[in-house]
Design a protein around this ligand. Structure first.
Ligand SMILES: [Zn+2]
Length: 153
């Protein structure tokens, strides 16, 4: 049987519940998952039997807080895919980064910017965002200029 993340670390700091099994996440070094360290992560104490984890804020007021909700492999892939196509929108200068986030907030009908992180999204929302972004990139249905003035001014 696998040694769990909890057995390997003692899991002194406990965090939000794992959405898959309900156990409180623990703060550990990411080398548990990646074999080498990329900083800390919040992970299900039953990892690898329960394959759920999420990264942390690396600095600032929320340092070491979870970046979003714990995700299993499927959700991690969906978030990565959605993030990549979303980032293409601002990396190719179709919108500036801040404008792209406001656009995401609007199309995803999310009220607060802070709730609009891809790391918080569930599989359905990731898929929805992915489709919106692909559509945007293909058709430019929202033309540059629409947000040239900050819509929240
Ligand atoms: Zn779990």
């Amino acid at each position: 049987m696998n040694r769990t993340a909890f057995e390997m670390t003692g899991g002194l700091k406990t965090g939000p519940p794992c959405p898959y099994c309900g156990e409180s996440a623990i703060l550990v070094d990411s080398s548990i998952v990646y074999g080498q360290s990329y900083g800390l992560i919040w992970i299900c104490p039953s990892y690898p039997d329960c394959d759920a984890y999420v990264g942390v804020h690396k600095s600032g007021e929320y340092m070491n807080y979870p970046l979003g909700s714990l995700a299993d492999k499927e959700l991690r892939e969906l978030r990565k895919k959605a993030h990549s196509v979303f980032d293409t929108i601002w990396k190719t200068s179709r919108l500036e980064r801040g404008q792209a986030y406001r656009w995401m907030q609007e199309i995803m009908k999310i009220d607060h910017v802070l709730d609009c992180h891809i790391a918080e999204m569930n599989p359905k929302q990731c898929q929805e965002l992915y489709e919106h972004c692909v559509n945007y990139l293909q058709t430019k249905e929202v033309t540059r200029g629409r947000y040239d003035k900050d819509p929240f001014e």
